[in-house]
Design a protein around this ligand. Structure first.
Ligand SMILES: Cc1cc2nc3c(=O)[nH]c(=O)nc-3n(C[C@H](O)[C@H](O)[C@H](O)COP(=O)(O)OP(=O)(O)OC[C@H]3O[C@@H](n4cnc5c(N)ncnc54)[C@H](O)[C@@H]3O)c2cc1C
Length: 217
């Protein structure tokens, strides 16, 4: 998908103009993709999904730590219009959920609408022209409507006390659930309201509850 209109013989300036879309969606996680599917089902094809990562999936693309799985039964954790009778377990693991999202993306023909590696850096409402001016890493757009679906957890929120631990090594930032490297069984686990600060012999990182208490299914 191109980010600017193609130049034509009659309009040589088209290449330098932002590409206009009816709807622009920020984020290709469950929320953004669900929005995209509903647009298609309503007959709207003039839309783009901007995704800063290299593929769709959001949470389930980014988090691959051992034991990563959903906290609610999988049958509830899927699109109502794309139920999955083939979940392998009650609480599906990350690879299964990611595979589900990829399948839905293909089945609903979303690929041509998705721009990966395309972080939105600003979206400013243009009152005079009744449209959004959107800047992305891949170029500029204008849009009648912008749907914000960047995810509640896609930006790590590092507690101040842990930030201090990370400070001395700026080139080696504090690992998060989405960025950590598996080093082996941690020697100590501290649980705090569903989120665990997992302290291993050589690293400090943050893991979800699924890492701390095993699921029944
Ligand atoms: C390990 C883990 C387990 C979870 N388990 C459950 C569960 O069992 N049940 C539950 O209800 N919830 C669970 N959640 C919460 C989960 O985040 C939501 O359920 C849901 O997946 C969020 O979907 P989303 O589309 O809103 O956000 P995300 O999946 O985070 O997707 C947002 C996308 O927006 C992209 N993005 C962000 N900013 C920009 C930008 N500026 N430009 C372009 N793209 C951008 C991100 O890269 C990301 O791909 C879990 C979260 C984690 C991390």
């Amino acid at each position: 998908m191109t980010t600017t209109a193609q130049p034509t013989e009659t309009d040589p300036t088209a290449a330098t103009r932002p590409r206009h879309v009816r709807v622009g969606i920020i984020g290709a996680g469950f929320a953004g993709l669900g929005m995209a599917i509903r647009l298609k089902q309503s007959g709207v094809e003039d839309f783009v999904v901007w995704e800063r990562d290299s593929d769709v999936g959001g949470t389930w693309w980014a988090n691959t730590y051992p034991g990563c799985q959903c906290d609610v039964p999988s049958h509830l954790y899927s699109f109502s219009f794309a139920l999955n009778p083939d979940w392998g377990r009650t609480y599906a693991t990350q690879p299964e959920i990611e595979a589900y999202i990829l399948r839905v993306t293909e089945e609903y023909g979303l690929r041509p609408h998705v721009e990966t590696g395309c972080a939105v850096t600003s979206a400013i409402w243009d009152e005079a022209n009744d449209r959004w001016n959107v800047r992305t890493e891949k170029g500029e757009y204008t849009a009648d409507v912008v749907v914000s679906a960047p995810g509640p957890l896609s930006e790590p929120s590092i507690p101040r006390c842990l930030r201090r631990i990370a400070m001395p090594r700026p080139a080696n930032p504090l690992p998060t659930m989405a960025t950590w490297t598996w080093l082996g069984e941690p020697s100590c686990r501290v649980v705090c309201e569903g989120v665990a600060a997992v302290v291993s012999r050589s690293s400090v990182s943050v893991a979800g509850i699924s890492f701390v208490s095993p699921r029944c299914g």
